[in-house]
Ligand binder design. Structure first.
Ligand SMILES: *[C@@H]1O[C@H](CO)[C@@H](O)[C@H](O)[C@H]1NC(C)=O
Ligand SMILES: *[C@@H]1O[C@H](CO)[C@@H](O)[C@H](O)[C@H]1NC(C)=O
Ligand SMILES: *[C@@H]1O[C@H](CO)[C@@H](O)[C@H](O)[C@H]1NC(C)=O
Ligand SMILES: *[C@@H]1O[C@H](CO)[C@@H](O)[C@H](O)[C@H]1NC(C)=O
Ligand SMILES: *[C@@H]1O[C@H](CO)[C@@H](O)[C@H](O)[C@H]1NC(C)=O
Ligand SMILES: *[C@@H]1O[C@H](CO)[C@@H](O)[C@H](O)[C@H]1NC(C)=O
Ligand SMILES: *[C@@H]1O[C@H](CO)[C@@H](O)[C@H](O)[C@H]1NC(C)=O
Length: 863
C-alpha cells in the first residue's frame, strides 16, 4: 500500500496490483495474491472493457466473526431487481454503441459487472478486482508487479456510500467512476473523489429544492426522517441548512438504516405518533423506504403529508407496498422522465442476461417466478418447479416495471460519455487509431470536457464538480379508483434559473394526504396577524412563537411581523394597531363647551363694562362720578373692555399672529388697567394728604401727572413686549409629547424670559397698587374707593398667584383655559369691586349721590 504514495501524479495507465504483496527477495519482486478471487457476475470480452458495479443483492447475512480464522465470503441476500435493470440498461447501451458505425467504429466494447451486495467492504474488494483483474500472478513467473488497468472506466454504483468507498480506492489511479444514482453532495468534493462523475444531479440542489418546495406550501413545522448513510445524512444536513434559511423548523430529525434492530424503528414510530407536525420529509433510498413503510403500515400511521427525495418518490414498488395508503398525496422531486427507444424491450428480454451469468441467474429466475429449479427431494414445500420458459411479459414485478426509466437513461448517458471520450482519444474517424495508449487519466480528462447530445436529445456534460445540470420534476402521488397511484408531474425545478424562478408549479390540481384538495397545514404557531408581533417561546424552535399585540403608538402592517414599528411623531396607532393614523389635534376652540362658555363670559364681561360705562356717562355730572376721578374711571373701563376682549385671542387654532397677539395684548391691557387703578389709589392718597393743612401735594399729582404716569407705566410694558416680539416672539407649536395620542396646538413662548417679564411687571404693579390701596383703605372718607381697590387687588393677586401653579401643571388646552379664566376672573374682580358699588348708589340710592353727602367730611375732592 505504501507504494501508492511514491507514485508520480499521473499513473500512465499502469497499476500496481494492490492485493499483491511484493516480497523483495533477491532482485526480482515476486507477487502473491491475497484473499479469494472475485468473479464478475456478468462479463463479455471486447477491445475495450468497461466496468460495472451494481448491488444485485441489497443486503448480506450478518455473521459473528471469531477472528480466529479467515472470514468466509460474504453471503448476500435479498435480490434487487432494479439493479438488474440498471445492468441491462448498461448492456443495452454497450450493444448500441457496438452496433453503431459512427461511434467507435470497428471497436468492440466488452464489460465486467460485479455485485457489491450493498456492502462497502465488498465494494472495495470488487473495485480492486475490477482494476487489477483476477488473473493469478504466480510467484514463480517473476513478472513485475505492474500491469495496465483492466477497465478504462466504471459505471456504478447506485448508493452514495458505496460510491464513496469505491471512489476512495480508485481515485488515486484516476479511473473514472460514473454513477447513475449516487446523489450525495459529498461526492462533489473533487479533492476527495477526484475521479468521480455522475449523471444524476447532486443533492446539494435537491435538498435546497425540497426546502423551497416545503416553504412554497407554507409548511414551517416539519419532521424529517433520513437514512443513516451518506445519502441521508448529507442530504438532510443540506436540507436542514436550507430550511433554516427559509424559516422552516424541524420538529424532529431521525435516522435509521434498514439493518437496524426493530426497537430503533419502534422509537421512530413513537416520535412520529407524538409529533404535532403534519408534514414528514423523508430523505431515503428506496430499500430504507420499503422498510419504513412496512413498519408504518403495521401501525396504520396515516394522515401525514409526505415529502420525498428522488430516492423513492417515483418508486412504484413502494406505491404497491403502501396498502394502507399512507403515502397518498406525497409530493417530491424526481429526475425528469425520459424515454430511450428500444431500452424497454431490451430489458424485458432476459435471455442474453441469463446466458452471460450462470449461478446468479438461477437465483434471479427462481426469485422472479417464485419457483425452484431441480426441486430438492427432501424439501416438502409445494414450490413450483421452474421450467426455464416462464413468460416474463405477463409478470407484474419490479423487474418489469419501467418507472425508473430516468435512471436507466442516466446509465445510458454515462456509458455514452465514456464512449465519446474514447472516440476522441482514439482519434476515430472512419476507423480508430488503436495505437493510442488509453490510460484512465486521459479518459478522465476527456470525460470532464465531453459535451454531446444523446439520440433522445439530452445534453450531457459535467461541471467542474463532475455533476450534471440540476433539473427535477415535481411529482404528486394521486390515488386512482382502482387503488393504484399515479405519479403526476405537477411542476419543475431548474437550479440553473434565477432563484425566484427555480421552482415552477403547474396549475394542475394537487391531491394531498388523505385524498383532500386542501393544502395541509403544518405550523407550530399560527401566523401573527397585522397589529401583533412574534415573540419566540423560550426553549422552542423559532417557528414556535406567541403573538403579542403591539404597544400603543406602534404598529405592524404585515403578517408574521417580527417587530412593531413606532409611528412617526404626528401619527398614532389605531385600535387594531395595524396602521398609523394622524393624531387628533387639540386646542381650545369656540365650538366646544369650555371654549363657548369662556367666550360667553368674555362677551358678557365686555357688555357689562359697556353698560357700566354707559351708566357712568349718563351720570357723569353726578358727584359720585365726578368725585371718583372720571377720566381715570373711563380709561379703566376702556382697558377692562380690552381685557375682556383680549381673552378671545386665546381661543381658536393658534396662528402666528394670534400667538404674538395673545400675551402682548394681555400684558399691555392689564398694565393699562392696573396703572389706572394705581392712579386712582394715588389720587385717593394724595387727596387725603392734600386735605391736610399746608399741603400742596395735589399740585404734584394733577390730571396731567396722572395721565403721564399711566402712559409711562404702559409704555414700559410696551417696550418689554416689543423687545420680546423682536428678539424671540411666541410661535405656534405642535406639541406631541404631553398627550400620547393627540397633537396639542399651542403657542410656544419663544422666550420664557419675555413671558415672565410681562407677567412679572403686571405682578409688580399689582403688588404696588395693592400696598398703596392697603395703606389708604382706613382713610376717613364717606366714599373711600381705596377699600374697594384693596379688595379688587386682593382678588386680582389671589387669582394670578393661583394661576401660576395651575398654568404650569395643566396639560394642553387646559393651561390656555386657566389663563383665560384668570384674565376673566381678575377683570370681573376689578369691574365688580370698583364699579358695581357706585352703580348701586347711582341707580338705586340716588339720595346718597349728592355733593353734600360726598362732602360731609370734606375729604375727597378731585379738582
Ligand atoms: C460487439 O460486436 C462484436 C462484433 O461486431 C461482437 O463480437 C461482440 O460480441 C459485441 N459485443 C457486445 C457487448 O455486444
Ligand atoms: C445490435 O445489432 C443486432 C444485429 O444487427 C441487433 O439484433 C440488436 O438489436 C442491436 N442492438 C441494439 C441495442 O441496437
Ligand atoms: C438441474 O440438475 C441437472 C442434473 O441433475 C443439471 O444438469 C442442470 O444443469 C440443473 N439445472 C440447474 C438450473 O441448475
Ligand atoms: C436428493 O436426493 C438425492 C438422493 O436421492 C441426494 O443425493 C441429494 O443430496 C438430495 N438433495 C437434497 C437437496 O437433499
Ligand atoms: C475525418 O475524415 C474527414 C473526411 O472523411 C476528414 O476531412 C477529416 O480530416 C478526418 N479527421 C480526422 C481527425 O482524421
Ligand atoms: C390557476 O388556478 C387558479 C386557482 O387555483 C385559477 O383561478 C386560474 O384560473 C388557474 N389558471 C389557469 C391558467 O389554469
Ligand atoms: C406598511 O407600512 C410601511 C411603512 O410603515 C409602508 O411603507 C407599507 O406600504 C405598508 N404596507 C402595507 C401592506 O400597508
Amino acid at each position: 500500500m505504501t507504494s501508492i504514495k511514491k507514485w508520480p501524479e499521473r499513473s500512465w495507465g499502469v497499476l500496481q496490483l494492490l492485493l499483491v504483496v511484493c516480497v523483495c527477495e533477491a532482485e526480482e519482486p515476486v507477487c502473491h495474491r491475497r484473499g479469494d478471487p472475485e468473479n464478475p457476475q456478468l462479463s463479455e470480452d471486447g477491445d475495450i472493457i468497461l466496468g460495472g458495479i451494481f448491488s444485485f443483492h441489497s443486503s448480506w447475512k450478518d455473521r459473528e466473526e471469531t477472528y480466529t480464522n479467515k472470514p468466509l465470503p460474504l453471503e448476500c441476500t435479498s435480490l434487487n431487481f432494479r439493479e438488474f435493470q440498471f445492468a441491462q440498461a448498461m448492456l443495452f447501451t454497450i450493444e448500441e454503441i457496438n452496433n453503431s458505425t459512427d461511434l467507435l467504429p470497428g471497436i468492440s466494447l466488452g464489460y465486467k459487472m460485479y455485485d457489491t451486495c450493498g456492502s462497502p467492504a465488498k465494494s472495495v474488494t470488487v473495485a480492486l478486482a475490477l482494476t487489477n483483474g483476477n488473473e493469478d500472478v504466480s510467484a514463480q513467473s517473476k513478472v513485475p508487479c505492474i500491469r495496465p488497468a483492466q477497465v478504462q472506466a466504471i459505471i456504478g454504483e447506485t448508493s452514495s456510500s458505496i460510491c464513496m468507498s469505491i471512489a476512495n480506492v480508485i481515485g488515486p489511479f484516476h479511473i473514472p467512476l460514473i454513477s447513475h444514482f449516487a446523489t450525495c453532495a459529498c461526492l462533489s468534493d473533487k479533492t476527495k473523489n477526484p475521479s468521480f462523475l455522475r449523471t444524476i444531479p447532486s443533492d446539494y440542489y435537491q435538498s435546497r429544492a425540497l426546502a423551497q418546495l416545503v416553504k412554497h406550501f407554507g409548511w414551517t413545522w416539519v419532521g424529517a426522517i433520513r437514512s443513516n448513510n451518506d445519502y441521508g445524512n448529507n442530504g438532510m444536513a443540506t436540507f436542514t441548512e436550507a430550511a433554516q434559511q427559509l424559516g422552516i423548523c424541524l420538529e424532529y430529525s431521525v435516522s435509521f438504516f434498514r439493518t437496524d434492530p426493530p426497537n430503533k424503528m419502534q422509537k421512530i414510530i413513537e416520535i412520529i405518533k407524538h409529533s404535532t407536525s403534519k408534514v414528514i420529509v423523508a430523505f431515503l433510498p428506496f430499500p430504507d423506504m420499503d422498510e419504513l413503510i412496512s413498519q408504518l403500515s403495521q401501525h396504520k400511521l396515516t394522515g401525514y403529508q409526505w415529502v420525498g427525495s428522488e430516492g423513492w418518490i417515483i418508486d412504484s414498488q413502494i406505491a404497491e407496498m403502501d396498502k394502507h395508503h399512507i403515502l397518498d398525496g406525497a409530493i417530491g422531486l424526481a429526475i425528469p422522465k425520459a424515454h430511450v427507444s428500444g431500452m424497454r424491450e431490451f430489458i424485458m428480454d432476459v435471455k442474453p442476461l441469463i446466458a452471460s451469468g450462470k449461478e446468479t441467474f438461477t437465483e434471479f429466475w427462481e426469485t422472479l417466478f417464485s419457483c425452484k429449479f431441480n426441486q430438492s427431494n427432501s424439501s416438502a414445500e409445494n414450490q413450483r418447479e421452474c421450467t426455464g420458459h416462464e413468460d416474463l411479459s405477463e409478470l407484474q414485478h419490479s423487474f418489469t416495471d419501467m418507472s425508473l426509466m430516468p435512471i436507466f437513461n442516466n446509465v445510458y448517458k454515462g456509458v455514452y460519455a465514456v464512449a465519446h471520450a474514447l472516440h476522441n482519444i482514439l482519434g476515430c474517424n472512419e476507423t480508430c487509431n488503436y495505437k493510442v495508449q488509453q490510460d484512465p487519466f486521459t479518459i478522465l480528462q476527456q470525460l470532464r470536457k465531453t459535451n454531446f447530445k444523446t439520440k433522445e436529445g439530452d445534453e450531457v456534460y459535467f461541471n467542474e464538480n463532475g455533476d450534471p445540470p440540476a433539473k427535477y420534476e415535481i411529482i404528486n402521488w394521486q390515488p386512482r379508483k382502482k387503488g393504484t397511484v399515479d405519479f403526476v408531474t405537477v411542476g419543475f425545478y431548474d437550479a440553473s434559473l434565477p432563484a425566484a424562478k427555480q421552482l415552477s408549479l403547474q396549475n394542475t390540481s394537487l391531491i394531498w394526504a388523505q385524498n383532500t384538495k386542501q393544502v395541509p397545514v403544518s405550523v407550530c404557531s399560527e401566523k401573527c396577524s397585522p397589529g401583533t408581533r412574534k415573540v419566540l417561546q423560550k426553549g422552542k424552535p423559532v417557528c414556535c412563537y406567541d403573538c403579542i399585540r403591539c404597544a400603543e403608538g406602534e404598529m405592524s402592517n404585515t403578517t408574521d411581523s417580527i417587530s412593531c414599528v413606532k409611528c412617526p411623531p404626528e401619527f398614532w396607532s389605531n385600535d387594531i394597531r395595524d396602521a398609523c393614523v394622524k393624531k387628533e389635534s387639540e386646542f381650545l376652540s369656540y365650538e366646544e363647551i369650555m371654549g363657548a362658555l369662556l367666550t360667553a363670559a368674555s362677551l358678557f364681561g365686555t357688555c357689562m363694562t359697556a353698560v357700566v360705562a354707559l351708566i357712568f356717562f349718563r351720570h357723569r355730572k353726578t358727584p359720585i362720578v365726578r368725585a371718583n376721578n372720571s377720566e381715570l374711571s373711563f380709561l379703566l373701563l376702556f382697558s377692562l373692555t380690552l381685557c375682556f376682549l383680549c381673552s378671545l385671542t386665546f381661543i381658536g387654532r393658534p396662528s402666528e399672529w394670534s400667538c404674538m397677539l395673545r400675551h402682548t395684548a394681555f400684558g399691555i391691557t392689564f398694565v393699562l388697567c392696573i396703572s389706572c387703578v394705581l392712579g386712582k389709589t394715588m389720587v385717593v392718597l394724595m387727596a387725603f394728604r392734600a386735605s391736610l393743612p399746608g399741603s400742596n401735594v395735589m399740585k404734584w399729582f394733577g390730571p396731567t401727572q396722572q395721565r403721564l404716569s399711566v402712559l409711562v407705566f404702559t409704555l414700559i410694558q410696551v417696550v418689554i413686549c416689543i423687545l420680546w416680539l423682536t428678539i424671540s416672539p411666541p410661535f405656534p407649536f405642535n406639541n406631541f409629547q404631553v398627550i400620547k395620542d393627540k397633537i396639542i396646538l399651542e403657542c410656544a413662548l419663544g422666550s420664557t424670559l419675555g413671558f415672565w417679564a410681562v407677567l412679572g411687571y403686571i405682578g409688580v404693579l399689582a403688588t404696588f397698587c395693592f400696598l398703596l390701596a392697603f395703606l389708604a383703605r382706613k382713610l376717613p372718607d364717606n366714599f373711600n374707593e381705596a377699600k374697594f381697590i384693596t379688595f379688587s387687588m386682593l382678588i386680582f393677586c389671589a387669582v394670578w398667584i393661583t394661576f401660576i401653579p395651575a398654568y404650569v401643571s395643566s396639560p394642553g388646552k387646559f393651561s390656555v383655559a386657566v389663563e383665560i379664566f384668570a384674565i376673566l376672573a381678575s377683570s370681573f374682580g376689578l369691574l365688580i369691586c370698583i364699579f358695581i358699588p357706585k352703580c348701586y348708589i347711582i341707580l338705586l340710592r340716588p339720595e346718597k349721590n349728592t355733593k353734600k353727602n360726598m362732602m360731609v367730611k370734606g375729604l375727597v375732592k378731585t379738582k
